[in-house]
Design a protein around this ligand. Structure first.
Ligand SMILES: Nc1nc2c(c(=O)[nH]1)N[C@H]1C(S)=C(S)[C@@H](COP(=O)(O)OP(=O)(O)OC[C@H]3O[C@@H](n4cnc5c(=O)[nH]c(N)nc54)[C@H](O)[C@@H]3O)O[C@H]1N2
Ligand SMILES: Nc1nc2c(c(=O)[nH]1)N[C@H]1C(S)=C(S)[C@@H](COP(=O)(O)OP(=O)(O)OC[C@H]3O[C@@H](n4cnc5c(=O)[nH]c(N)nc54)[C@H](O)[C@@H]3O)O[C@H]1N2
Ligand code: SF4
Ligand SMILES: [Mo]
Length: 799
């Protein structure tokens, strides 16, 4: 009789922000299939699975998997490897690490650990390498990286916090019956949970508006599509804000209560006006016609009618309300200017603005990472501002979500104790802002001698590629931990094979619908792979850190549940323990069934700002002329007559970043080969035909593919499909051409200010010390602001 069982597994497509747990069904010791998970009530039916999840278990016996440690023979990048034992690999790596530490200090060893794509990123894949970095003393370049920055920037200047207000339960828009604005993202192809609820909303009567660049899957699903010029969204939102003031479409009660709209600004200093003690602020009492002091921390207003609008001369000083300054800043956002910047028609712009201004409608903006231009930080502020002015942040069936980090109530365990065994004050790892690290690592004076890639595929994903080639050239040791040979692995000296989530134990947190789910191995491990607990423990012991690396997986599991500071977990009865989870497999958080988690839902929240309110006037930016948002122009780095096209490396529905690019099924579904797409106008301009072999190039590099001609791509943009590995292109790769992520090129005085302001709040700015939000602080996303040209590819003849 055949035997069937199931276990839960974090989906290897996890990095798409859906964070699903799969139900993995095993028959006679072999994975049969993956299906959706069934939670306990009231989320019983909320589990889901997408096409990638269905294919996920194929990863296990994919022939490209690395099943034994590999050591490079021959030159770096030549692709010659020998299979070695774990003992040899770890002994040799440890000997080199010890030598480097003794000669030039532990900080000469760098560790790259982007957990984003590693399932489940909040588990041992994350905590174990960080524990190693913290006890060895590695340099950590993961702080202030150019990834996901905009929403955090906006949140920081509004709330003085980061990360707490970016996650949301997508069910929040399922009953929105007005408009869903898909603005700068593509949930229909990229974010299944968001998509599921967009579909529900549409069935409930919502009209779907897509504001985008290329005509993607979400545009196809939408009722209306508005194609804007790249990076111009801030201008459109700014115009909507202007129209809100013009038509008095402002929820005054909400704005007064939640925001600092009524707080006076001292026009001479550009700071919020304060009393002599410095602890209280001033508002203008409209009845008494004079200043009235209000304490910080969202105190009660001292008068019945604080003025929301106005400019006042008192004792020779000029004051204006924050809201008045915001309103005045809108003068510049004329219809004409908005037409010019966005490329939309006046009618289209008026139509969109009027929709948002109708406060009787339910409206939800879903924004995401299609706005990754260097001005994204400011663009995101505009989205929040129109959300606040309309009273829609946190109002049921309304909202603005900028990062599509899709979760129910946040779940946290005690992983900090694993990451910082001596406490956050005593970490030996040294954080560096990523842009500074790149600059140093690329220079002839680089102090860095070894690079451990514990998570992610940076050579592929953290452009540009040439920068990595230079960095790797300077390293005496490069180690990549992965399940197969990636673009990063190709340049490494050693590849240490991890096992897949189907082969190891962990806890699935994050988006598992208010549950804590135990991940158990579905099958025996294939080949000679190790899980992160074993791998980092064995390396740790060999570099003299046995004190920190003598625990078992079970010990670590017990540490994860042994804490008392997170109410949603720590108030569960009976107490959650590893023992209990092993018996029950999933445990529901102590979270309410309703309302669904919306980061803005508490109308009485006291924000971490001095006023305690959402600060519409960011006084810390006043000397940079940015206290109220400004739609910054595009940097257009490298745009010239030589490189007039915008390069767009948009995502593939069947790949998850560079993952799934090793599966013949997903490769086939993605068109068998990578392609370049241009608009017919541009094809004609260059005399190009569909099927031609073309070269897309700029001064950094090039890529060669076949050409597709498509109306879905606007003229002026060249789309090279994202995800494919370098070896899948005929020549080159798009990641040679993409702008530096978090490089000095894109960090401006605004990002530097952001960084300094963040540190000034008392945060450590160190990801390793548990300051996870520091990861994106002080950087700018810039993936799309790259410029290129196209030509027919001529095969170079041998001379
Ligand atoms: N299938 C699949 N799903 C994924 C991923 C994957 O690789 N594959 N990656 C995951 C990850 S890590 C992330 S961060 C998310 C990102 O997912 P999204 O947030 O959806 O971002 P993108 O797919 O990068 O871009 C979405 C759209 O932005 C539009 N766009 C580009 N420029 C502009 C502009 O200037 N203005 C406007 N309004 N729109 C513009 C383009 O039309 C593009 O289709 O997807 C996740 N989901
Ligand atoms: N040009 C361009 N560049 C981009 C983007 C873009 O849109 N265009 N998007 C950016 C975005 S939004 C993001 S989030 C980053 C993502 O950047 P990365 O996280 O570096 O990208 P992935 O390709 O997902 O890398 C995940 C790696 O983990 C490996 N992996 C998967 N499962 C396991 C496992 O169980 N164990 C171990 N050890 N490894 C595993 C995969 O093989 C893969 O190599 O890229 C950014 N880079
Ligand atoms: S939505 Fe993402 S996490 Fe969920 S099954 Fe699909 S690929 Fe996996
Ligand atoms: Mo991402």
């Amino acid at each position: 009789m055949s035997e069937e069982k199931f276990v839960y597994t974090a989906c290897p497509g996890w990095g798409d922000h859906d964070f699903c747990a799969l139900k993995t069904v095993v028959k006679d010791g072999v994975i049969d299939h993956c299906e959706k998970i069934e939670y306990s009530e009231p989320e019983k039916l909320d589990g889901h699975i997408c096409q990638k999840g269905c294919l996920a278990h194929r990863i296990v016996d994919n022939p490209n998997r690395v099943l034994h440690p590999l050591k490079r023979i021959g030159k770096r990048g030549e692709g010659e490897w020998e299979q070695i034992s774990w003992d040899q690999a770890l002994d040799e790596i440890a000997a080199k690490l010890n030598q480097i530490r003794d000669e030039s200090g532990p900080q000469s060893v760098c560790m790259w650990h982007l957990g984003a794509g590693m399932p489940p990123a909040m588990g041992f894949e994350d905590s174990m390498p960080k524990r190693f970095a913290n006890t060895f003393g590695c340099t950590d370049p993961m702080t202030s990286q150019g990834l996901d920055c905009g929403p955090f920037y906006s949140e920081f200047y509004l709330t003085n916090d980061a990360f707490l207000h970016t996650i949301i339960d997508p069910a929040c828009w399922a009953n929105c019956d007005g408009d869903i604005w898909i603005w700068g993202c593509n949930p229909i192809e990229n974010q299944m949970r968001a998509a599921q609820n967009v579909v529900r909303a549409r069935e409930a009567g919502a009209n779907i508006i897509d504001i985008g660049l290329v005509f993607d899957g979400s545009a196809g699903y939408a009722d209306e599509f508005y194609g804007v010029k790249p990076g111009s969204d801030g201008w459109l939102a700014a115009f909507i804000m202007r129209r809100m003031f013009e038509t008095d479409s402002i929820d005054k009660e909400y704005v007064l209560s939640r925001s600092s709209a009524a707080y006076l600004v001292d026009e001479e200093t550009g700071k919020l006006a304060r009393d002599a003690s410095g602890a209280s602020f001033y508002v203008y009492d409209s009845d008494a016609q004079g200043l009235a002091a209000i304490a910080g921390g969202r105190a009660e207003y001292p008068c019945a009618n604080p003025a929301l609008f106005g400019r006042f001369e008192i004792d020779g000083k000029s004051y204006a309300t924050s809201l008045t300054l915001l309103q005045e800043s809108c003068d510049q956002y004329t219809l004409q200017k908005t037409i010019e910047m966005t490329g939309l028609s006046g009618d289209q712009i008026n139509y969109l603005a009027d929709k948002w201004c109708d406060l009787s409608r339910n409206e939800f903006i879903l924004s995401g990472y299609g706005l990754r231009y260097p001005n994204a930080n400011e663009t995101c502020r505009f989205f929040h501002y129109i959300g606040i002015l309309s009273g829609r942040l946190g109002k049921p069936n309304n909202g603005v979500v900028e990062s599509l980090q899709l979760m129910s109530y946040p779940v946290m365990l005690n992983d900090a104790a694993i990451v910082c065994p001596e406490g956050p004050q005593n970490v030996k790892g040294v954080s560096m802002r990523q842009s500074d690290w790149f600059e140093l690592a690329q220079s002839d004076k680089s102090p860095f001698r070894a690079l451990l890639v514990a998570g992610g595929n940076p050579v592929h994903q953290f452009p540009d590629r040439k920068r990595w080639l230079e960095i790797v050239k300077r390293m005496e040791l490069v180690v990549d931990v992965d399940i197969w040979i990636t673009d990063t692995g190709e340049l490494a000296d050693y590849i240490l094979p991890d096992c897949t989530p189907f082969e190891r134990e962990d806890v699935v947190l994050m988006g598992v619908y208010n549950h804590i789910v135990l991940q158990e191995p579905a099958i025996e491990r294939i080949g000679d792979t190790k899980d992160p607990v074993e791998l980092w423990s064995e390396l740790g012991k060999r570099v003299g850190l046995e004190k920190y690396f003598n625990l078992t997986l079970e010990d670590y599991m017990n540490i994860r549940f042994d804490f008392d500071w997170y109410p949603l977990v720590c108030t569960i009865e009976p107490k959650v323990t590893y023992e209990r989870l092993k018996k029950e497999k999933m445990i529901r958080l102590n979270a309410p069934a309703e309302p669904k988690f919306d980061p803005w839902m508490d109308p009485f929240e006291v924000y971490a700002t001095p006023t305690g309110r959402l600060e519409l006037y960011a006084e810390r930016l006043s000397d940079l002329d940015d206290a109220v948002p400004q739609p910054r122009g595009l940097h257009k780095i490298g745009k010239s007559e030589e490189y007039p096209y915008q390069l767009f490396t948009g995502r593939q529905r069947f790949f998850m970043q560079s993952s799934y690019t090793d599966d013949p099924i997903t490769i086939h579904l993605s068109g068998d080969k990578p392609a370049t797409r241009v608009n017919p106008i541009d094809a004609k301009r260059h005399g190009l035909q569909a099927g031609d072999k073309v070269e897309v190039y700029n001064d950094r590099g090039h890529v060669v593919t076949n050409l597709e001609i498509s109306e879905s791509i606007p003229a002026g943009t060249i789309h090279v499909w994202f995800g494919w590995r370098r070896r899948q292109f005929e020549e080159g790769t798009y990641s040679e051409m993409v702008n530096q992520a978090s490089g000095r090129d894109t960090v401006t005085e605004l990002e530097d200010r952001w960084w300094n302001d963040w540190i000034a709040t008392g945060r450590t700015g160190s990801v390793l010390a548990g300051d996870a939000a520091s990861q994106p602080i002080g950087a700018a996303d810039c993936y799309w602001d790259s410029w290129c040209n196209i030509r027919k590819y001529e095969v170079k003849k041998e001379a």
